[in-house]
Design a protein around this ligand. Sequence first.
Ligand code: IVH
Length: 702
Amino acid sequence: MKVISEMLEAYTKEIERAKHAYYILDAPYMPDSDFDLLEKLVKITIEQKRQWKKYFDRINAVGTKPSARGFAKVQHAVPMLSLGNAFSDAEVAEFVERIRRFLKLAPDEFPAIVAEPKIDGLSLSLRYERGELVRAATRGDGFTGEDVTANVRTIKDVPQTLTGRNIPAACELRGEVYMLKQDFLALNKKQQEADDTVFANPRNSAAGSLRQKDVAITASRPLKFFAYAWGEMIDRPADTQHCMLEWLRGVGFVVNPLIELCHSVEDVLAFYRRIGEQRATLGYDIDGVVYKVNRLDWQERLGFVSRSPRWAVAHKFAAEQAITILKGIDIQVGRTGALTPVARLEPVTVGGVVVQNATLHNEDYIRGIGNDGQPIRDGVDLRVGDTVVVQRAGDVIPQVVSVVIDKRPTSAKPYAFPHKCPICGSHAVREEGEAVRRCTGALICPAQAVERLKHFVSRLAFDIDGLGEKQIQEFYDDGLIMHPVDIFTLQKRDARAAKKLSDREGYGDVSVRNLFAAIDARRKIELNRLIFALGIRHVGEGNAKLLARHYGSIENFRSAMAEAAAAQTEEGNGSDAYADLNNIGGIGDIVADAVVEFFAETRNVRALNDLLAEIEVLPVAQARSDSAVAGKTVVFTGSLEKFTRDEAKASAERMGAKTSSSVSKKTDLVVAGPGAGSKLKDAEKFGVKVISEDEWLQLIEG
Ligand code: IVH
């Protein structure tokens, strides 16, 4: 028995972890079908002995506690419960039989049942008072959810005001937030291009989009909503599930059009099969169907067992899987340089769709160990030649869920993820804590070229009149502008060309002359704009200014970066130039590394040199030399209260001071906040002046 207890403990932990990953992190690591099986196994075991009942509450905790990510908590007036599962026709028949026994129905009496698609999204409870939406909450643990009212107000399918007749004084209306498969794919494409979170499936994408602290982000995401249930309801407007759905439709909600009223087990199962066949062509993911007793008075009599209703059940679809061979792994390079591995599979039909590619996400995914050290596919790596199980569990993107390890060819070798960009050959690097490996050939990689050029001419960079994203794309497609320097040689080349720019559609002599004039006007460019234009990872407008102010001229910047790049190794960088760069207030390791990586790619440097032959870079007004702290070396210590450490350093540099992290005899000034320790002692030792934050403010403002 001890063995079984240990197993229960381990499996229960796994269930808790899987639920946390699913509900809180929006990042499930286990296929739904595996989860269902695991849960079933535990439940069957628990039922054997009273002493194991304690596991029941743990695995039944609906969802998981709302996350501490910053949304206020909301108590549901009526808890949001979960559904029991049925996996076979027999289990569905049993569900109906139980209901008949419970209600003591006559042998020929069938309880009418509403069959609904089970939408694979996340459930939401909407509280309306006098017809006005006052609160929206996620399910959370079923009792307490997160207040997502502001986010939900951006969803078009959710009415702000209920319309029509029979509006209760107060009610909680419930349903599912989801995302259309096509919207999910489009969003992921956009996210990938912007180096932002890519979602595994529409459900995660909907959950991640809803739970944004910045409501504007939620508003930009195409979220949709189906209403199908309710919680608290004063003056219920109808007596059956079916009429309630009609009512919901009438007051302004979208109710799923496929819902049907069934009058026999055969009807119910036929519905299940029909929906199963339609599943691939529906615009949204479903993971089964839900059956609900139609009469609401019967629902009330049937009540609940262990947190799921006796009057409803979810009939889940089996995950669609197939076995095939992993023939190869290709590396695709995204428009921002991310290397994404793609599995090339022996074509195989999974649930009616031929699958020959599957995303492998990143290096860790192939290796079988996540960034967080957690095993993926039980820690088994993927090797070319492997026999693999492919799944399309309602997901649009096929996944490689496991390896049939017995069938691994003896010759199969661990996959070596390339450290070079397959498109341009530049080295591809991984930042600490990041799963993605990226090409560093920002200026020369064809996979990134158009995007880089668009960035190059963007408003905060070169900002050339008449040369926007559209024109860049056209000129790139025609081979006229492939590299930044080409912009500035366009006129020279045009003079020699047989086909002139002025012959192009939409161009005339005047517009071409204007374009050349606009380009010429930008042959003189401020250093910070140039640095920003290079498109170095992590170097946005702000960091470009910090760098420009620190180095003052392109010559200084270029030679310092050349020195740092020459000293760059896998282990790190011990050069003075690197230390100096890293010491700029506001420039941390990640930014410093990215800048040095850029300059370590000689072809980037060449592209920059080519460009510099055509333009003149204006030096940036160096940090002020007339301030009270100009030329001084300042150390900040203790916990600063008026500004962050970065802001403090930046303010010092603006005033022409240098900052350092340790006190030495070269230090001129120590600014100490509360809790300052050893550095104060050092200051005393070296006789360095110590001032408070307020005194510092006076000094730099005065
Ligand atoms: S009824 C008390 N109807 O499935 C039962 N749920 O596993 C309330 N779901 O939390 C739920 N489509 O997120 C119901 N037509 C539907 C559904 C549905 C999807 C989800 C919902 C619920 C989960 C239960």
